[in-house]
Design a protein around this ligand. Structure first.
Ligand code: MLC
Ligand code: AMP
Length: 448
């Protein structure tokens, strides 16, 4: 595949976007790029045209790899069909292709909004991915005898950075699913018998539906189940343990930092906490003046680790703002107990995490504000038993407007990834505002 990409004109420092569901060629393409020093730009396969435009404009990839080349409608951006690439690769020589690389060479640009503003490409280096994989394989005791079931999307660091890299480094066996489907999850688990499972909390919630004897059987093969990307409710942890006989290990990470905290492999996995810093990671918790707080007091979590990205692509301003003298500001509010366990207490921004996917209210608000019937809009996350949170839109209509909630929802569905579409649209006479005019999202959440 590296020969094929090379023949198509890709070389060191070029970007290649992958707009693909999980499939084996995703891994081939990723590895071929890492050989060539080509920077991979994974794009969420659920994104629609509007959401992709910003990423393509910012990363300026030479091409986007897609499933259906004929269906690609962006004239300004070349697209390569994945089947044609695979066919081309099969005809190329098997001799190795190697570019000069070091730990600082960028391997991937993964887009995330960080704590504010439009999506920015976190520059994840070869060194970051190696450090993350080494740390997890050691800490989580991976061996070549493990069997990892991977149902996470490869366009995020959870699936790509943790899943694929733990597999590659440990030499274990992996089954890659196109996606997690709760209807067939039990049958797949029984059939493959994984020793290790990585998931987002929504997957663990869904697995609580598995019938008891099947759950016992599946649980009998488990050695380690890890949850991350969003908070795992304590009750889900307890219920999962009662059903499968396996206590989930909750860990914490970010696109920009990869994995930084986790409950211990041996020792107490404390419900509702994200555990302790991984080996090689330092943390501090600071107040709004940058002073380190005392134990049991909350503040912003800052981290230092070899897994932290090199900054944001083409955004020296945002990069400078994200770091404080070598510490990365996570934007997450955390508290440290006297024995070192960290509990997350919220986030500095109003990002909503739904099923492990991030939703930025601002993006939905901007789209709805463009609708002719909408005078004002605010979007907030409201609790959901399965997805953790779901976005709900609070709309003030224009005086003469006739739009219904369903019409606004289908307008969003046409232009946004499914997980960003407001679950409900609530019409209000006016938005609750503070004396300074700021929308009070806490009040909206209570109404949602
Ligand atoms: C979800 N959908 C998908 C999909 N995942 N469609 C295609 N491919 C996928 N991979 C769509 C469905 O079509 C549906 O759309 C909607 O999402 C919900 O699907 P569902 O079948 O009801 O799924 P559900 O049981 O709710 O589970 C959703 C989920 C998904 C858990 C499978 O949310 C998911 O894969 N989440 C993982 C996100 C992730 O990897 N985050 C890591 C970020 S990295 P519709 O139109 O019917 O609504 C990070 C750092 C860190 O945060 O610490 O890890
Ligand atoms: P992303 O920007 O998609 O990489 O998401 C990173 C964010 O996910 C973090 O800043 C946290 O807010 C959240 N997150 C990740 N893991 C956990 C966890 N175990 N518990 C709570 N929040 C988490």
């Amino acid at each position: 595949m590296a020969h094929e990409l090379n023949a198509r004109g890709l070389g060191h420092g070029d970007r290649l976007a992958l707009y693909l569901p999980n499939r084996i060629e995703y891994i081939d393409l990723f590895l071929a790029c890492t050989r060539l020093g080509v920077i991979v730009v994974p794009i969420n396969v659920l994104y629609r045209d509007r959401e992709m435009a910003h990423i393509l404009g910012d990363a300026t990839p030479k091409a986007v790899v897609v499933t259906d080349e004929a269906g690609w409608s962006r004239a300004d951006q070349p697209a390569w069909g994945v089947d044609a690439l695979a066919k081309g690769a099969a005809a190329r020589p098997l001799t190795p292709v190697d570019a000069a690389l070091d730990a600082a060479t960028p391997a991937a640009l993964v887009y995330t909004s960080g704590t504010t503003g439009p999506a920015k490409g976190a520059v994840i280096t070869h060194g970051n991915l190696c450090a993350n994989a080494r740390m997890l394989v050691d800490t989580w005791r991976f061996t070549s005898n493990d069997r990892l079931l991977l149902a996470l999307p490869l366009f995020h660091v959870h699936g790509l950075g943790n899943g694929i890299h733990c597999w590659l480094l440990s030499g274990c066996r992996t089954r890659l699913l196109e996606r997690f489907e709760h209807g067939s999850a039990a049958a797949t688990l029984l059939d493959f018998g994984p020793t290790v499972f990585f998931g987002v909390p929504t997957m663990y919630v869904r697995l609580l539906e598995v019938e008891r004897s099947a759950a016992r059987k599946i649980g009998g093969a488990f050695r380690l189940c890890v949850s991350g990307s969003a908070p795992l409710p304590a009750q889900v942890l307890e219920d999962f343990e009662a059903l499968f006989g396996q206590r989930v290990l909750e860990r914490y990470g970010m696109t920009e930092t990869l994995m930084t905290l986790g409950n211990p492999y041996d020792g107490e996995r404390r419900a509702g906490t994200v555990g302790l810093p991984f080996p090689g990671v330092s943390i501090r918790i600071v107040d709004e003046h940058g002073q380190v707080v005392r134990d049991d007091e909350s503040g912003e979590l800052h981290v230092q680790s070899p897994t932290i990205c090199a900054g944001y692509w083409n955004r020296p301003d945002a990069t400078a703002a994200a770091f404080d003298g070598g510490w990365f500001r996570t934007g997450d509010i955390a508290e440290r107990a006297a024995d070192g366990y960290i509990t997350l207490r919220g986030r500095r921004s109003d990002v909503v995490i739904s099923g492990g996917f991030n939703v930025y209210p601002r993006e939905i608000e901007e789209l709805l504000a463009e609708h002719p019937s909408v005078a004002e809009v605010a979007v907030a996350g409201v609790p959901d038993p399965v997805r953790g949170e779901v976005p709900v839109a609070f709309v003030v209509l224009r005086a003469d407007a006739v739009a219904t909630p369903d019409a606004l929802i289908s307008y969003c569905r046409d232009q946004l990834a499914s997980f960003k579409v407001p679950r409900r649209v609530v019409f209000l006479e006016r938005l609750p505002r503070t004396a300074l005019g700021k929308v009070q999202k806490q009040l909206l959440k209570a109404e949602g």
